[in-house]
Design a protein around this ligand. Sequence first.
Ligand code: HEC
Ligand code: HEC
Length: 252
Amino acid sequence: MQRAKFDLSLLGWVIVVLAIVLPATLWAAGYFAQPPVRIPSNVVWTPETIAQASNGNPVRGLIIGKRCTRCHGDEGFSDRPLTPNLAGMNVVAIWKQLQDFHSGKRVNSTMQGMVADRTDADIADIAAYFSMQLTTPDPLIKGPYPGARPTDAEIDTASRLVTLGDGTRGLPPCQACHGPAAFVQGAPSLATQNGEYIQLQLAAFSESTRTNDINERMRAIASQMTPAERDAVAKYYGAGFGVLPATTVKTK
Ligand code: HEC
Ligand code: HEC
């Protein structure tokens, strides 16, 4: 009897060690720790955030947006090829990018510095102001937009990707999210954007140096495009062809 009792308590200790002490030690040593989940953006599109993004005061935005125009242009068309045109950009798209610079989800030291001290209200007001500017640049000022006409081969490549995408690679058409066919929440219109800026952003998505796209949509798309395709599409939009539905663009 004595012997059996001793065996049982030994077994009990073994169970205690295996069931509690061992996992606890491993846990304390960080064995079960997961890598932190990397969220692309703190912005989640809900009726509340869309309302917050859309209800800025454009007059206040005009005044506090003066510090932006030296790079982004007085009328929202930049004279620098790598600085985006903001004129007429969808208000929630501008708002999201400013929120992402503010939270550090989109990395750019200039822009992060520009919005570091801006409040949610400031961001909504500035977004309202730039979204209301005309999408036709001053014809007397020669800026990077609209850029030179791409070659016919580039127009062919680009208009196919813009209108049809490429099903074999799972590439949806650009115009299904960036207009003019349809807009996905937060997707900026590319129709009046500088070509070199578009090319820079496509390269950044494909190399995952820009990672603030919700659901990794743009990282998935840009990394499935060849450098020549990214170049062709960027020149196509940069030349102003994106203003028209792509089917109406003729190479001849
Ligand atoms: C010193 C030049 C400079 C100033 C001043 C500046 N920006 Fe920018 N901005 C840039 C550059 C360059 C980029 C592109 C960053 C990149 O390549 O990721 C940019 C990007 C942006 C974007 C992203 C647009 C897009 O298409 O994704 C927004 C929105 C923006 N700026 C708004 C502002 C606002 C609002 C201000 C004023 C508070 C401002 N910027 C001031 C240079 C500037
Ligand atoms: C499924 C929808 C979808 C499709 C298709 C798509 N995009 Fe995008 N794209 C987005 C969204 C959404 C964003 C905004 C990402 C963010 O929040 O930063 C974006 C951002 C971009 C930007 C950055 C714009 C800026 O102002 O900074 C570029 C450039 C771009 N897309 C190019 C393209 C091109 C070229 C194609 C076609 C080959 C394409 N996209 C297809 C959804 C899409």
